[in-house]
Design a protein around this ligand. Sequence first.
Ligand SMILES: [Zn+2]
Length: 283
Amino acid sequence: MPELPEVETMRLQLKKYLTGHKITSVEVNNRKTFQGDEKKILDTKILDTRRFGKVSVIDLANGYSIITHVKLTGQFIYRGPNLVKPRELSSKVTGGIPGPHTLVIFNLDRGGVLYYNDVRRFGWIKIEKTGEVESEPFIKKLGPEPFKGLTLDLFREILSKTSRSIKVVLMDQEKMGGVGNIYANDALWLSKINPKTPAKNLKNEEARILFDAILKVLEEGLKYGGASELAFVTPDGTEGNYQNHTLVYGHEGEPCDRCHKTVIKKVFLGGRGTYFCPFCQKE
Ligand SMILES: [Zn+2]
């Protein structure tokens, strides 16, 4: 599932392509995906985009907003005057645009089009008054985010209150927003912390190292436009590149990049693939 760097990359491109434009019509091919009255978002200027954890918000001049969570396989793809020579569409855009997996089409002024494709159909788009966005249950229960509200002190406090494994806590969106499986694996490897360690057993210094590592891997993710290992594509129709720069995620069976003596192991923790070096990240 897209994490903070992927959703932030998506948000920044949507901002670039959509701001100042108007939606002139909406074609909804799957009602479950699109909740609310599409007439509320027509013929009003797109002002800005925001992100809350893995949720993106597009704010409109008339006091309404479009809230969206792409979940596992949702893809927003823009074509139009703000992308003069689009690069070849990623092969991850299954069925093309528009295609059998295009569930919503936003037609924009000046010939722009924003497609929403979603093979698994878990993603959603919802129309809400801008003033009520932050009261949405999904957004309200999000924990503080790295780069936005999550301080080292707060991070230590969150860890001190639970004996669940540190990796599961990092990925718990109600404890902290935006960190998912890829970046949790990489941050723990970078910090030499075993993913199974009970969160409250981390010493102050270990928590500091881990906090810095989380910021570092998220920054790397942002630098590469996110990771496109499954279905993630950017609104320009291309892919992020962090999947080629992961530290430990996906490296099962390969020698550890730090100690060069031990092979990376994969186990399942909280149902998710967990990669670590048994030498550098001792239990
Ligand atoms: Zn190692």
